[in-house]
Design a binder for this molecule. Structure first.
Ligand SMILES: [Zn+2]
Ligand SMILES: [Zn+2]
Length: 153
């Protein structure tokens, strides 16, 4: 059991857990988000979707032995995280743009900066800059991407 409030590894804001988030996508995949920077945290134990679970297992394997250490700590277990580049394989066989992902070599958790997902799916023309609704939109993007094969590069 994880005690205490999970905090954003970037700015220290308390993460909003799936329980308090309004979007169903959060509760489906156990995605917590930062109300300040719109970053997303995923944890294998919290993930209730089968697809998300399998992807997080693959990602976790990719961080156990490889990756470059970074100076941010896992929001779930406070272990120093590692960074790697990966991409999703699209239906046409091509890879998406590379995304930088921070992963915990200890527990199966990942952190995604909002900017990484925005590069794949730029915000549509609306002027809503509320970080929580931005995080909600990005979580939906991530939810869709997690259905595609994932490739570490
Ligand atoms: Zn943040
Ligand atoms: Zn961890």
């Amino acid at each position: 059991m994880i005690s205490g409030v999970m905090r954003c590894p970037r700015d220290g804001s308390p993460l909003i857990s799936p329980d308090n988030a309004s979007k169903s996508v959060f509760s489906r995949n156990g995605i917590s988000h930062c109300p300040t920077c719109s970053g997303l945290a995923l944890n294998l134990e919290a993930a209730s979707s089968e697809i998300c679970n399998q992807k997080l297992e693959v990602i976790h394997d990719g961080f156990r032995d490889e990756g470059i250490s970074v100076d941010i700590c896992c929001p779930f277990c406070q272990t120093g995280m590692k960074v790697r580049d990966f991409a999703f394989r699209k239906i046409d066989g091509n890879l998406t743009e590379l995304i930088e992902i921070d992963g915990c070599p200890n527990c199966a958790s990942v952190w995604l900066d909002a900017g990484e997902l925005q590069r794949l799916s730029p915000p549509s023309g609306n002027t809503d800059t509320n970080p929580s609704s931005e995080a909600g939109a990005l979580a939906i993007v991530l939810d869709l991407l997690l259905h595609l094969p994932l490739v570490f590069v």
